[in-house]
Design a binder for this molecule. Structure first.
Ligand SMILES: [Zn+2]
Length: 973
């Protein structure tokens, strides 16, 4: 084999469909694997990944992921990771633990910045400064301030996982995975179970790093438009220190079950407020050991056929049964060594578990015997093919999504290049389908029907489980404490103080300066305008963005909500879905969904609410969005016309399903998004746009959905009338803005078709409505079943003397990455803390995420003013925050996102001149701005409003002890 720069080339290939040259290497000396992808993408990606199968649920892999980012040989500071967040132009910077691997990816469009990040990550993974304090901080430790207090557990991962285990969805997914793989690494919790994390010892911690974080167990990846030769020298600097060895980390195949398994479980769910049931059933199958891309693609397609759309036969059978409200389970999981499938229903009566299981099996048998409709297969095939070709990864770098795809087979020693090339397997799939009309039917037989490796898990809600768990933890800790000698107690107190002292001690400035970073002179001083052209056709505006989209038209039809009566606002999201999912005059629900799949890359709805530049007025829209290849534009427009004018808003059964599904999805999101709930209460208290958003998609919306569920049964006539009223108010070309993103050559042909399409829409005129927003000054507590808190406090700083200056973005970035990070996360043990500022409304909000504390966190928020006034920010810190802020505002966008952002600027009246001004102010931020901002925040403690999401007991105790009962507690679940 040819060797260059110490790397043997295993295979090189040009892959036309991803416009890349891909080379796979083996590093001779260290044994590292290296996948090098070269192309024109400026959003460069690097990742170093290790195979890290855990042996128990003590969270070792996850805690190690956190710990290696806490200082290394070349960068001996507390948290190099945070220094990079503060002061780099990264477009992605994070680390993840999977059940079998740990990934360290970074991305940047700036070459110099990119290689800086690469070096910090390489040093971190190979030479971390692991010591007992790191394990204690990131993993777990006993905390005790004085001998009388009860002993408690603290630790970032410990608390993160407590939060994770407040999510029923998470518990069900974990238990389902464990049930299929009892004998392998997939049978334990790689993130760490809160009860098992305190079993992790320092020796095991150190050993884990020695064993798995070696180049011979590493999977290294580069992607983008940087010089591929340079990658070798960067890697050699690290890899040459190591000698190849055998690392036993491969993932064993789970032995097949001879018999299916059925088990019952309890899980923690909130008290029921309506008459809905909270049982869940999950049916799981181990389906394939194959690492072939063709096999993976065929299961991806089958998954889409079965549950990908509301009309998919398995999804539809489950929803139509009325046994539950929404699917549970993720469908296909292709991330593990063996592909598996999980499907079920939630919100069922626990006694119906067997019925649901039978329904799943019968539906699959029926499909295998009687065949899948050809239109369903064609629609799914087009959808999957469109998404492969579009490769739209949103704000996630394309190169990163490619790395994760490659790892699914690479991690198990298959050739990663095979995972990236989809053209051949796609062609093979198409020809298999035309040769064998029963292609998918026979797969259903082997994967599901004749497969005894199946588990059925039935979950019954248990309200008391959380209290029991807390009691157990308290009992265990008090037993531990009772068995400690006075001397041992003193040691814990000392260690607690010592750890806090270490966490509070600032890094040595010389060490901080070792972290490589850009200077202000490397930053682009000019704001980059986005293309926009506004065309007036009679009664409508067309907004056009000339951008390269690889032959795809992105179309957004915006309907102005200012004609909608206030009481109808909570209807808007449901109305948008009803347009797309109830069928039309010509097509029933199934045919409509099939046609959307066959002729477009998808149709969906979204809303936009914002304050405009004047600081008071609002702009609110319902968008129906779609994308299609240029040659499919006519079909897409015809479908849109059909949907907008003839959707079956009288389809009661389907609308009921949509309402139940939306309600269930909202309730299930509460455990992971308690901070958003609190944030939206704050926004609603201070601004009209926030108040509208709260009505349309937050707590008021949830209460509205619960009420709607009853009205469908008792008052359908009036509900239907409401929907019709919305249609006649909204769907009018006099009320429309049409946003189009495509390159100019294609636009020439598309524009006249768009104009014709618009002219065929109704032209009703409606009156503008007044909405009754008034500011409220209420502190809110939102009670949900959870083991952690989400603490928020906010204030309109414009009302308290602050005048806008761009430096506020630099300051809030600085607060997030220093003050809040150190106090709320590192010291307090919360998973995260944020500081949001809305330039248009003046709302400044602090929020914590998965927080064990409450009043301590509020005190930190209140103390921000004095922190800013007392801290003398040095030049280095200031520069870093400016760089980081520019990195944030220049976030990387694909063409469709640019078209959307450009429209947002237009609707809110944001000019390029304004944005240039803000950029100038950011770049010119000085230390004085921090002090002045601290002064402006002085009244925050007094005038700020509190919004907290937590469990009912915690809120009530807090309310009486700390808030003089001024907290208005709303029971959410
Ligand atoms: Zn974590």
């Amino acid at each position: 084999m040819a060797t260059t720069n110490g790397f043997e080339l295993v295979e090189r290939s040009k892959i036309a469909e991803i416009d890349s040259e891909v080379s796979y290497f083996h590093h001779s000396k260290s044994g590292a694997r290296f996948l090098s992808v070269s192309n024109k993408d400026e959003n460069k990606v690097f990742g170093i990944n290790f195979r890290t199968p855990p042996k128990s649920s003590n969270g070792i892999a996850h805690i190690m992921e956190h710990s290696v980012l806490c200082g290394s040989r070349k960068y001996p500071v507390k948290e190099p990771f945070v220094e990079l967040i503060k002061g780099s132009l990264n477009t992605f910077l994070n680390a993840f633990t999977y059940p079998d691997k740990t990934c360290y990816p970074i991305a940047s469009t700036n070459l110099h910045d990119f290689y800086n990040l690469v070096d910090v990550y390489l040093d971190a993974v190979f030479y971390p400064r692991l010591n007992e304090d790191v394990l204690r901080q990131e993993g777990w430790h006993y905390e005790l301030q004085n001998p009388e207090e009860p002993l408690v557990y603290k630790g970032v991962v410990f608390n993160e996982m407590k939060g994770a285990y407040s999510s029923p969805t998470r518990i069900i997914a974990e238990k389902s995975q464990h049930s299929l793989f009892p004998d392998t690494a997939y049978g334990v919790e790689s993130g760490g179970h809160p009860e098992a994390i305190p079993e992790l010892t320092f020796d095991e911690f150190i050993d884990f790093h020695k064993t798995y974080y070696h180049p011979s167990n590493a999977f290294i990846y580069f992607y983008g438009d940087d010089n591929p030769e340079k990658r070798f020298s960067v890697l050699n600097e690290y890899l040459n220190d190591f000698t190849s060895r055998t690392v036993d980390s491969s993932i064993a195949l789970q032995k097949r079950f001879k018999q299916t398994v059925k088990t019952k479980h309890k899980y923690f769910a909130g008290k029921d407020l309506g008459d809905a049931q909270k049982g869940v059933v999950s049916v799981n199958f181990l389906i394939s050991d194959s690492l072939e891309t063709f096999d993976r693609l065929k299961y991806i397609l089958l998954d889409h056929i079965l549950i990908g759309t509301p009309a998919s036969p398995l999804r539809k059978a489950l929803i139509d049964s009325g046994l539950g409200s929404d699917l549970s389970g993720h469908g296909l999981d292709g991330d593990l060594r063996q592909m598996n499938y999980s499907i079920g229903l939630r919100d069922i009566k626990p006694n119906d578990g067997d019925k649901v299981e039978a329904l799943i099996l019968d539906t699959l048998k029926n499909l295998a015997q009687n065949g899948i409709e050809k239109n369903t297969i064609d629609a799914s095939l087009n959808t999957i093919e469109f998404s492969l070709r579009e490769n739209n990864t949103g704000s996630y770098p394309r190169g990163l999504s490619m790395m994760i795809d490659a790892l699914t087979i690479w991690l198990h020693d298959a050739n990663p290049i095979d995972a990236l090339a989809y053209e051949k397997p796609l062609a093979k799939l198409k020809s298999s389908l035309s040769e064998n009309p029963r292609f998918f039917e026979s797969i259903i037989e082997t994967a599901f029907i004749n497969n005894s490796h199946r588990t059925t898990l039935i979950f019954e809600p248990d309200e008391s489980l959380e209290a029991k768990r807390q009691d157990d933890e308290h009992r265990k800790l008090s037993e531990i404490k009772n068995n400690l000698t006075r001397n041992e107690i003193d040691v814990i107190i000392k260690e607690t103080a010592l750890l806090q002292e270490k966490q509070n001690r600032p890094d040595n400035p010389e060490d901080l300066a070792k972290i490589p970073r850009l200077g202000l002179q490397d930053l682009e001083p000019k704001h980059t305008p986005l293309p926009i052209e506004v065309l007036k056709v009679p009664e409508t505006e067309i907004v056009y963005h000339d951008l390269f989209t690889n032959g795809i038209l992105y179309l957004e039809l915006g309907f102005n909500l200012n004609k909608v009566p206030e009481k109808m606002l909570p209807y808007v999201l449901i109305f948008g879905r009803a347009l797309l999912e109830t069928g039309t005059e010509k097509f029933d629900q199934i045919e409509l969904t099939q046609r959307i799949g066959k002729y477009t890359g998808g149709l969906w709805r979204s809303t936009l609410n914002s304050t405009i530049e004047d600081g008071h007025s609002t702009t609110s829209w319902l968008f129906i969005k779609g994308k299609a290849m240029v040659n499919q534009v006519d079909e897409m427009l015809a479908l849109l016309h059909e949907i907008l004018t003839t959707a079956r808003l009288d389809n009661r059964d389907r609308i009921k399903q949509i309402v139940l599904d939306a309600k269930s999805a909202f309730e299930n999101s509460l455990a992971v998004s308690g901070h958003s709930l609190a944030q939206s209460q704050l926004a609603a208290a201070f601004s009209k746009a926030g108040w509208i958003s709260e009505k349309m998609n937050s707590l008021s919306y949830l209460f509205f959905l619960r009420n709607l569920e009853k009205r469908i049964e008792q008052d359908w006539q009036s509900m239907q009338a409401d929907f019709e009223m919305l249609r006649s108010t909204l769907i009018s070309r006099k009320n429309l803005i049409c946003n189009c993103t495509v390159d100019s050559k294609n636009w020439l042909q598309i524009e006249p078709r768009i104009s014709t399409f618009i002219s065929t829409l109704p032209a009703r005129k409606s009156e503008k409505q007044d909405w009754s927003f008034t500011k409220n000054g209420i502190h809110t507590g939102l009670s949900v079943p959870t083991q952690v808190n989400f603490v928020g406090k906010g204030m309109n700083i414009y009302e308290h003397g602050y005048e806008f200056h761009g430096s506020i973005f630099v300051i809030s970035k600085y607060l997030r990455t220093t003050w809040l990070w150190d106090r709320v996360r590192v010291h307090g043990g919360a998973y995260g803390a944020f500081c949001h500022f809305n330039r248009r409304t003046g709302l400044l909000a602090f929020l914590s995420y998965r927080d064990p504390n409450l009043k301590e966190t509020l005190k930190i928020f209140d103390d921000t003013a004095s922190f800013l006034q007392e801290t003398k920010i040095n030049k280095d810190e200031l520069t870093k925050s400016i760089i980081g802020t520019i990195g944030d505002i220049d976030s990387y966008m694909l063409a469709d996102a640019k078209g959307g952002a450009s429209l947002f600027r237009y609707l809110t009246g944001t000019t390029d001149e304004k944005l240039q001004n803000i950029r100038d102010e950011i770049l010119g931020t000085d230390a004085n701005a921090f002090i002045q901002f601290g002064e402006a925040l002085e009244s925050f403690k007094e005038n700020g409003l509190v919004a907290i999401t937590s469990s009912e007991n915690v809120l009530q105790k807090f309310n009486s002890e700390e808030m003089n009962n001024k907290l208005s507690i709303i029971k959410v679940m």
